[in-house]
Design a protein around this ligand. Structure first.
Ligand SMILES: Cc1cc2nc3c(=O)[nH]c(=O)nc-3n(C[C@H](O)[C@H](O)[C@H](O)COP(=O)(O)OP(=O)(O)OC[C@H]3O[C@@H](n4cnc5c(N)ncnc54)[C@H](O)[C@@H]3O)c2cc1C
Length: 384
């Protein structure tokens, strides 16, 4: 059993850490958190330097590396800043649907601009009436000659309104039984006639990321925009989750780590009752618990990524990593606020923002309850 990153992975880790330290400015993060703006300049630079789509083949402007290398970057970026890090690592959200299932034409056209930091992508799966349960959808795509005609509304779409394209789950056969066998995935360019996006409104955290309702009204796209196979969209999105949930686990892990680092530095400086607060045993025990949870979250997240790169797709392990890392992020960020006392509650000290940014990792890409359902069904198997 080998737990060491190899030399190349350590170099990527170091490069990602140095880039984030140099670019993820604290004041800028506070400002963008208030103005709810996407960190465009940093995203572009991250793309130019090869931090986005590191897991794409070189032919599509990637670096030919794996999910593990991608999550090393995510971990480092989010630890340096929960808001900027999250926005940059999810700038390519759902592009893996094109990477894993798309035609050569779609890959060549859409993956390089995403990896180069020139285009954002989005995954449009959730609908107002279908969130955790996407086994049937109200968004339809009907075949008309050599085109698809798409109608429907998707909600809570990350990068909505900014993305160049969306991977949209559509009901292509409403009569299909079970209905999920009639779901397909179609790439829709955001500038097609009939596509519109509207912000969903104020949210708790991840203010640097757009979250929109995306509407499709008689949107026509070429038949060749089908991603993968007709009627396989539901299965494809489940496979995509096996990869994307590891990235969300890494996002959570980084956020937890960043909150912990800030609390650790603070307790060594702050004095009360004539002592550094780090000298109180209760503080030490809190730090011990936080450090242990982060270690466990890192082990399972990196294992899930490594496992994926070995070609072993294991939804149970992925869900365990996502569920555990997300809970850890929320708990560690909460404790970090506590350790900073009243200052922890103040925006300037950052940990409250890390806490707000952490919570989403227990909700999107499948809530923690849905992760538990996946784990439980794998553990129990079929029984009567
Ligand atoms: C900021 C943000 C960004 C998002 N980004 C995207 C995106 O880019 N693309 C996209 O398609 N979606 C996105 N989502 C949507 C997200 O994936 C859904 O919100 C999530 O899957 C839950 O769906 P829901 O909100 O409809 O909740 P519901 O499914 O209505 O769930 C409500 C509650 O019931 C529980 N529940 C539901 N079913 C079960 C069950 N079988 N067993 C036990 N408990 C259950 C849930 O766990 C939850 O606690 C985003 C959401 C947010 C808030």
């Amino acid at each position: 059993m080998e737990f060491e990153l190899n030399r190349e992975q350590k170099e990527i880790q170091k490069a990602a850490r140095e880039f984030a330290r140099g670019e993820f400015d604290r004041e800028l993060a506070l400002e963008l958190d208030k103005s709810h703006e996407f960190p465009k300049k940093i995203w572009r630079k991250a793309g130019e330097l090869g931090f986005i789509g590191i897991h794409y083949p070189e032919a599509y402007s990637g670096q030919g590396l794996g999910v593990l290398e991608n999550i090393i970057v995510a971990d480092e970026f989010c630890a340096q800043d929960s808001s900027i890090g999250s926005a940059v690592i999810l700038s390519s959200f759902a592009s893996e649907c094109v990477l894993r299932f798309g035609s050569e034409d779609l890959k060549q056209k859409f993956l390089p601009p995403v990896a180069e930091g020139k285009m954002l992508s989005g995954g449009a799966f959730t609908e107002p009436g279908h969130g955790s349960d996407i086994t049937y959808l109200d968004t339809t795509a009907a075949r008309d000659g050599d085109e698809w005609v798409i109608n429907g509304t998707k909600t809570f779409i990350t990068n909505g309104g900014l993305a160049g394209f969306y991977c949209v789950l559509c009901q292509t056969d409403p009569e299909s039984s079970p209905p999920y066998r009639g779901i397909s995935m179609i790439l829709v360019e955001a500038d097609r006639e009939g596509v519109s996006a509207a912000d969903v409104g104020d949210k708790m955290g991840i203010h640097l990321m757009a979250t929109a309702e995306v509407n499709f009204k008689d949107v026509r796209v070429p038949a060749a925009n089908l991603i993968g196979e007709e009627g396989r969209g539901f299965y494809q999105v489940l496979e995509f989750f096996d990869e994307s949930r590891i990235l969300v686990a890494a996002q959570a892990l980084g956020i937890g780590q960043g909150a912990y680092d800030r609390a650790l530095a603070y307790v060594k400086e702050r004095e009360q009752f004539g002592k550094k607060i780090a000298q109180f045993q209760v503080t030490q025990h809190k730090l011990a618990d936080m450090a242990t949870k982060l270690e466990l979250a890192r082990l399972i997240t990196y294992k899930a990524a490594w496992n994926y790169d070995q070609g072993r797709i294991d939804p149970k392990l992925t869900s365990m990593a996502k569920m555990y890392a997300a809970r850890t992020a929320v708990e560690v960020a909460d404790e970090a606020i506590q350790l900073l006392g009243g200052y922890g509650y103040m925006t300037e000290y950052e940990v409250e923002r890390f806490y707000r940014d952490a919570k989403i990792t227990e909700i999107y890409e499948g809530t923690k309850e849905i992760q538990k359902n996946t784990i439980a069904s794998a553990v129990l198997g079929k029984f009567k």
